[in-house]
Design a protein around this ligand. Structure first.
Ligand code: SF4
Ligand code: FES
Length: 361
């Protein structure tokens, strides 16, 4: 029997006050009217605990746009689940911070668009957003919770990574993530304006390595680089159907947040399936689980149980086939598309922001 997933990622809503051009949400967002109701989420949390899930990540969109977030956190906490909130912080005030602490939240991950207020506000499409994030960081730290500061980097802000690390340090972060944009959803659409040059990437790597050495034992720094310059792909989601269940705002259970881009798959709804049944029996979770589905060269590769063949959604987006070897791998027949993407990067610096009202049908 498949071991239980370690984590449940709950996309409570696709609503968000920010409109980042690299948002990983799908181009077609779930409308607010389709969102699961509070009692449906409460049942899902109970099922997650019964299934053996250890951690629940409340995400979005902006999870704080849901007024029942505190109730859901309290319920997850009472069910013995570790609770993490992934937030932009712009809706966090003292009252909600107190309510979340009372609910028993374990961890908050706060995202930043830049180190400079004006540039950050432009990137997020939200005036005053950066100042609110600074206040949110103080609220989180003063409440006694550990703070993870997440800096999303791309071609247009990557030259300020040193300043971002200094900001994370000044805010009292226990952990920082310097995470390059991953090219799904809106970021894939805006890739030419966001993919950095190899020179930018190499100088960022040197800065991060130096900061890691300097901050060793005080602040941990996670560093995520773009697949486009990698020799081997990442083990996306720790392997399809192996570590996580991602639930969309309308209740579709997905092996990853971008899985709905794969056209010939049907994803089970938590309105009709229990988490136990969909984890063990739904075809969508079994399709790319393990190694049996793999094509050559993955099938005979010594890394097939390390990276699990890479990312299915990236294979679809770049090779046109979700069952292909991830083009990020130098052994993949379609690896050349990475070089093409790199050569096209920088042709524009214009980005289309994520906008609910303008999402294509
Ligand atoms: Fe991973 Fe497949 Fe590349 Fe081997 S050939 S490294 S399994 S993606
Ligand atoms: Fe879907 Fe990687 S994002 S498998």
């Amino acid at each position: 029997m498949t071991p239980p997933p370690m984590g449940l990622i709950i996309e409570l809503t696709h609503r968000c006050p920010l409109q980042c051009a690299y948002c990983s949400n799908p181009l077609k967002l779930d409308p607010p009217s389709s969102e699961l109701a509070t009692d449906e989420w409460l049942r899902v949390l109970d099922e997650a605990a019964a299934l053996g899930v250890l951690q629940v990540h409340f995400s979005g969109g902006e999870p704080m746009a849901r007024r029942d977030l505190e109730q859901l956190v309290a319920h997850a906490n009472a069910a013995g689940l570790y609770t993490n909130i992934i937030t932009s912080g712009v809706l966090l005030d003292a009252e909600r911070m107190r309510a979340l602490i009372t609910a028993g939240v374990d961890h908050v991950q706060l995202s930043f668009q830049d180190s400079e207020a004006l540039r950050a506000d432009v990137a997020g499409g939200y005036r005053g957003g950066h100042a609110k994030k600074l206040l949110a960081a103080a609220l989180i730290r003063n409440s006694g919770l550990p703070l993870t500061s997440n800096f999303v980097v791309h071609r247009q802000n990557i030259d300020r990574v040193e300043e971002m690390i200094a900001l994370g340090e000044a805010l009292g972060s226990e952990r920082m993530e310097i995470a390059h944009v991953q090219y799904y959803g809106w970021a894939l659409r805006n890739r030419n304006a966001l993919l950095p040059t190899i020179d930018q990437l190499e100088s960022t790597t040197a800065i991060v390595e130096a900061a890691r050495a300097r901050l060793h034992g005080r602040i941990a720094i996670d560093y995520v680089v773009p697949d486009y310059y990698a020799a081997r792909p990442k083990a996306c989601m720790g392997g399809w159907g192996q570590r996580f269940i991602n639930i969309s705002p309308s209740g579709k259970a997905l092996p990853c947040h971008a899985a709905e881009t794969i056209p010939d798959m049907e994803f089970p709804s938590v309105r009709e399936w229990s988490l136990f049944d969909l984890w063990h029996d739904a075809e969508a979770f079994a399709r790319f689980r393990g190694t049996d589905w793999m094509p050559a060269p993955c099938q005979g590769c010594d890394r097939r149980e390390i990276d699990w063949g890479g990312c299915r959604c990236q294979a679809l987006a770049l090779a046109g086939n979700a069952a292909a070897t991830d083009p990020a791998c130098t052994r993949a027949p379609m690896h050349h598309v990475m070089a093409t993407a790199i050569s096209e990067a920088g042709e524009t610096d214009f980005t289309i922001p994520r906008r609910l009202a303008r999402a294509p049908a």
